[in-house]
Design a protein around this ligand. Structure first.
Ligand SMILES: Cc1cc2nc3c(=O)[nH]c(=O)nc-3n(C[C@H](O)[C@H](O)[C@H](O)COP(=O)(O)OP(=O)(O)OC[C@H]3O[C@@H](n4cnc5c(N)ncnc54)[C@H](O)[C@@H]3O)c2cc1C
Length: 445
């Protein structure tokens, strides 16, 4: 028997949209409420001087299988949405511009791509390359029984110090938005395994060729509306009302509305606020409130002339900048996006000094660097949750204990063969949204 449900989704970030798509696909009726004027949440577009930018430069990987599946469901033209580049890790020194590491992975099946990639690395001796491969393989495949921080974990691996400092630590910061001395070794190992012990294309970089809104939220909206769903932006869910062990109604913009099911897809802090008022969910709210957050700063630099990097995504060490992206791939060749992840001195710097410092760093790696016309700094203070050892204990699952209330979002823990949860990423958000929707579909289809 098919029991079609009317489901309210609270939050129009990537997790809420993924849940909505999955439910629409199975014939359920959804109404999605988003408090802000636009969809996308922490991965959205913004307007700046007639240029469409993103609230932060995002990078996706070939390993984002759930994202690719969602895009296929809504019949998006994936090939035109992303520039798919074979993995290249070019890391340059901010003070000299010299190459600190250059790893290019060929498109051979795993683990040959890693093998040949490392063997071709110019900055290492043959002995270093062989040692690196053996030890990296051991690091990747030895179970970590007691979690520890990444710095400690890497120091036990006896890898060349240069490799740790110039490659693995920057990659850890990018993947977990958490400094290696605070980041979970189990979570980092899981990310490395999912990327390297996998088909070669999983390591490919998927760089959006358009703004983030056009990559997913706008297409998701079109699909949901076509399927008869409703999307209400500028609609804030203020309260959930409980009766017995279910949600009886929700208050949205001061109006009380009833639904069969409710999916809470708001950010962790907003979800905790709504849950704390529900007595049976108070512990979940306390659990979420134990999460710590990390900021991500994106500095957009608009140059007088077209500007290009030695590699479309270039890593930088020994400076303030972490990664710099060519925005030519997203349609503007006068623009670069510099990403600085997690806590750091940049957060204390006056904006003018930060721009000057980053410009000086770029001067070492781009020659000649064109004149800077203007810049835009966006700091997202709670970009991701901090991925420290034991963080999964602070992440609730999909179920809340109330029969018709479920949670999704990048912070929600998805049990997968006793593996650590995914870090705070688009892929994590989409996986939780789809999984949450499937748990409703399996009961009602
Ligand atoms: C600057 C930056 C850079 C990043 N870089 C990357 C990257 O390179 N790669 C990657 O994979 N990930 C990256 N991330 C992480 C990624 O963006 C997030 O993991 C993902 O967007 C989280 O999606 P979500 O749907 O779980 O939550 P959110 O995006 O937080 O969505 C929640 C939504 O709920 C809405 N809401 C809140 N309260 C209410 C309410 N009461 N009623 C109605 N609506 C409500 C909010 O407005 C929001 O739209 C980055 C994040 C940032 C900020």
């Amino acid at each position: 028997m098919s029991l079609k449900q009317h489901i309210a989704i609270v939050g129009g970030g990537w997790a809420g949209l993924a849940a909505a798509i999955e439910l629409c696909k199975h014939g359920h009726t959804i109404t999605l409420f988003e408090s802000s004027p636009q969809l996308g949440g922490r991965a959205r577009s913004i307007e700046w001087n007639d240029i469409t930018l993103d609230n932060g430069q995002h990078l996706m990987l070939g390993a984002y299988q759930q994202m690719l599946e969602c895009l296929n469901t809504i019949q998006a033209d994936v090939k035109s949405l992303f520039k798919q580049l074979p993995h290249r890790m070019l890391i340059l020194d901010a003070q000299t511009g010299s190459s600190a590491f250059d790893l290019q992975l060929p498109t051979y099946p795993a683990p040959l791509h890693l093998l040949f990639g490392v063997l071709n690395t110019p900055s290492l001796s043959v002995k270093e390359k062989l040692l690196l491969l053996l030890r990296f393989n051991k690091l990747l495949n030895t179970t970590i029984t007691t979690d520890m921080n990444v710095t400690e974990w890497l120091s036990q691996a006896k890898l060349p110090a240069r490799y740790i400092k110039n490659l693995l630590e920057p990659v850890c910061l990018a993947a977990l938005t958490t400094h290696p001395n605070e980041a979970s070794a189990r979570a980092f190992q899981n990310v490395l395994q999912q990327t390297f012990n996998a088909p070669a294309e999983f390591t490919d970089l998927l760089i959006p060729t358009t703004d983030l809104n056009q990559v997913f939220p706008a297409l998701a909206k079109e699909y949901i509306l076509q399927q008869g769903g409703e999307i209400k932006t500028r609609h804030k869910v203020q309260q959930l009302q409980i009766e017995g062990s279910c949600i009886k109604s929700i208050t949205v913009n001061d109006e009380v509305l009833c639904f069969d099911q409710v999916i809470l897809a708001a950010s962790p802090a907003a979800s905790a606020k709504l849950l704390e008022k529900l007595q049976p969910c108070r512990n979940i709210s306390l659990q979420i409130n134990r999460l710590k957050y990390e900021p991500v700063a994106t500095l957009y630099l608009h140059f007088k002339q077209a500007v290009s990097l030695p590699c479309p995504m270039t890593g930088i060490i020994n400076g303030i900048s972490n990664w710099v992206f060519e925005r030519s791939l997203s349609g503007n060749d006068h623009l670069l996006a510099v990403v600085i992840s997690a806590q750091g001195p940049h957060l204390e710097m006056p904006e003018e000094n930060l721009v000057k410092t980053v410009y000086a760093e770029l001067k070492h790696i781009i020659n000649p660097l064109p004149e800077l016309l203007k810049s835009k700094l966006i700091i997202e203070k709670r970009a991701t949750f901090q991925c420290h050892p034991g963080v999964d204990n602070n992440r609730p699952g999909i179920d809340t204990g109330l029969s018709n209330l479920k949670l999704c979002g990048d912070y929600v823990y998805i049990e997968e063969n006793n593996q650590p949860g995914l870090p705070s990423t688009l892929e994590g958000a989409l996986c939780s949204g789809v999984k949450c929707a499937k748990s409703i579909v399996s009961k009602h289809n």
